[in-house]
Design a protein around this ligand. Sequence first.
Ligand SMILES: Nc1ncnc2c1ncn2[C@@H]1O[C@H](COP(=O)(O)OP(=O)(O)O)[C@@H](O)[C@H]1O
Ligand SMILES: [Mg+2]
Length: 408
Amino acid sequence: MAHPAPQALRSPLQRALSLLRPSPVSERTPIARGADASSAHARGIELADRAPDREARQHPEGFICLESVSKVYPGRHGGPAVAALDGVDLSVARGEIVGVIGRSGAGKSTLIRLVNGLEKPTSGRVVVDGIDVGALDERALGPARRSIGMIFQHFNLLSSRTVFDNVALPLEILGADRAGIRRRVEPLLDMVGLADKRDRYPAELSGGQKQRVGIARALATEPKVLLSDEATSALDPETTASILDLLAGIQRELGLTILMITHEMAVIRRIAHRVAVIDGGRIVEQGEVADVFAAPAHATTRSFLGAETGRSVPAWIAERLQQAPVEGGKAVLRIVFRGEHATDPVLSQLSRELGIDVNILSGSIERIAGQPFGILLVALPGGAEALARATGFLADRELHTEVIGHVR
Ligand SMILES: Nc1ncnc2c1ncn2[C@@H]1O[C@H](COP(=O)(O)OP(=O)(O)O)[C@@H](O)[C@H]1O
Ligand SMILES: [Mg+2]
């Protein structure tokens, strides 16, 4: 029997994505560059020195950029006004996945709605790909929104339309012809693994399948940015993982920029490169996901991380933990191992070189932002002097350590 062609060995996702690579510039939906952009383009005018591009250069790494953004909603029924966002600065680089995590009412949906122009900021600026989205009127917003795809917690599919027709809808609105629609929708359905469900209706699909339709529809107009508002919150953990892995694969292959909001750290851990924590309309902490997991600075971040494996102190230790050193007792340390050094035999080196015996109390190694990430809880005997030597030894190896208490 003949060997399959190399093409056949690629995954369905890779094959579908190869058909969806950005088409030549002339065929692509133009992204709005201000009201006079198309006439300038028709006259062959180089747009490089026009205002949006100057702004973009001032924010070289900010593909999506919120600058001191505040949003106040007027009070309902004569009630007080609601400050949903207060002085938010957030920047998302091209091709990056940034997760914003916060509790219900923190301002997450407001933030997303500002990025796609559904809401205007009360003050501050929202810039996407060099365009001041908050300053566009409804007419100019249309083309800008086409370059921004969005997926939702409750999928927002039309129940009277088949899978194919739901994905086709944004293209129909743009006036694409039937053949053009088929050329675009079919590889999208392959990509999300729903080619065999094209004629089904949403009511015949599982939650995960509905969200796959939502993802295909969001990508129909070849957006550069994908916004996700709690897109996995209605799904079970296993389905959540498969949807996040699909998004990560699409992001890598198409170079999309993704801004996702969630209330689940598990979502951040699985897919995001950077995380921002929002509380009461303010960003209280942001950074690389592994940095924030290693050393969360804000109480809200710590409470989100509380349930994460490795971070929580097992109850049998927590019950015995004391703040002050215990005569003849042991110090309890949390040690974070990261990246390529996550599996280094640091503790056996510490025992050998410093002559300190280490008890391991609990531990876990997992992957965060694609890198190994381990947390160990250990007990060290020997009092203050031994503790200082051990923490110095660990600091020299650039490990994050924290003394969380003492036990008898
Ligand atoms: N259209 C609106 N009118 C008035 N208040 C609103 C409106 N949308 C949201 N809010 C209020 O703004 C705050 C933030 O809401 P939201 O952005 O939906 O938060 P989240 O998505 O984090 O739950 C809440 O207090 C909410 O009640
Ligand atoms: Mg919300």
